[in-house]
Design a protein around this ligand. Structure first.
Ligand code: TXA
Ligand code: MG
Length: 336
């Protein structure tokens, strides 16, 4: 199939594709999403094929206005209302008991549905002109999420109907996912809205084990997406724990022509091997914004091993850590 590349002034054309059951990659403030009409099970099934995504991994439904949620969920508890008021439109996904209208392809057999109201104006307009949209990240399953239209083209050209080019995504990592179908509420995936911000609005929120640790054998994932290796470039990513001196010493001893380093801005001048800069140490917003583009660049450089810092887990740093440790398949070296 030929994939159309559309500009942001061609949203009506994209909406027509959605209304007739097709697939459109759209920009959002987090990452590009691969959208289909969320209430059309056949259209949603095509998303799984195009991404080669396991069918047991449910999708997020995107809405443009809060009023659209009434059809999609059975309950809208007080805590959900507070979170929606505080953070929508924006990079927060809320899991709630689903209504009968949600096709089984969207919820992957679960009794819940994930809902998000994105702030990106192109995404909102597309939803207004078509329908609530089921949309996972627009990458091939397992590879880094796309933060530019070029990333989407690299993975999806010829596999989907159209891509709307809305430039670079501002947040750069996927939305924060919280479930309110559990009591107390549980953070399943960290993102641009931090754990601290969520607790300020609704009080107690538990950090799901799977955010920081690999699942034990046979353990059920609260969020099915967490059981798969994710965000992985072709290079073998290894996370290094230790202070800067130990980090520099270790990586500089591995200048073998096949290795590169994911480093902080402050370190570039002390490195004796190829590097990619994530951002300043402690500037988690920039790190989140750069992470997926930089992981894709590691592949363009053709390196076999990519050593990365172990980021701190505060604020948006938790989201950066969560993505890097998955890209590394939980492979960590502790430096003395
Ligand atoms: O920022 C984002 O959330 C992007 C943009 C496009 O909106 N979307 C995105 O979708 O990251 P996806 O499919 O790549 O990640 C959705 C995650 C998966 O880990 C999935 O398992 C989880 O949310 N999820 C979806 N519905 C769920 C449910 N009902 N219960 C538990 N986890 C759910
Ligand atoms: Mg994804």
């Amino acid at each position: 199939m030929k994939t159309l590349l559309l500009h942001t002034d061609e949203i009506e054309k994209a909406a027509g594709i959605i209304r007739s059951g097709g697939l459109v990659a759209m920009p959002t403030e987090t990452v590009y999403g691969l959208a289909a009409d969320a209430l059309n099970g056949q259209a949603v099934a095509k998303i799984f094929q195009a991404k080669r995504r396991p069918m047991d991994n449910p999708l997020i439904v995107h809405i443009a206005e809060l009023s659209q949620i009434d059809d999609l969920v059975r309950e809208f508890p007080e805590k959900a209302r507070k979170l929606a008021e505080a953070f929508w439109p924006g990079p927060l996904t809320i899991i709630l008991p689903r209504s009968d209208k949600i096709p089984p392809e969207v919820s992957a057999g679960l009794d819940t549905v994930a809902i998000r109201c994105p702030s990106d104006e192109t995404a909102r307009e597309l939803i207004r002109l078509s329908a609530p949209l089921a949309a996972p990240s627009a990458n091939l399953s397992g590879s880094p999420s796309p933060t530019t239209a070029q990333h989407v083209i690299a993975d999806m050209d010829g596999r989907i109907d159209a891509i709307i080019d809305g430039g670079s995504c501002s947040v750069g990592v996927e939305s924060t996912v919280i479930t309110l179908a559990a009591d107390p509420p549980r953070l399943l995936r960290p993102g641009g809205i931090t754990l601290e911000q969520l607790r300020e609005v609704i009080g107690e929120v538990i950090l799901d084990e799977a955010v920081l640790h690999p699942l034990a054998e046979g353990q059920q994932a609260a969020s099915p997406g967490m059981k798969y290796k994710h965000y992985a470039p072709k290079a073998n990513v290894v996370l290094l724990k230790g202070d800067r001196t130990a980090f520099l010493q270790f990586v500089n001893a591995h200048n073998d022509g096949k290795t590169a380093v994911l480093c902080y801005e402050e370190e570039r001048h002390d490195l004796k091997l190829p590097y990619l800069v994530l951002g300043k140490e402690g500037d988690y917003e920039t790190q989140a914004n750069q992470l997926f583009a930089v992981l894709r660049q590691a592949d363009e450089k053709g390196c076999q091993t990519l050593y990365a810092h172990c980021p701190s887990v505060e604020g948006v740093g938790l989201a950066v850590y969560n993505r890097i440790i998955r890209a590394a398949g939980f492979e960590v070296i502790s430096l003395a």
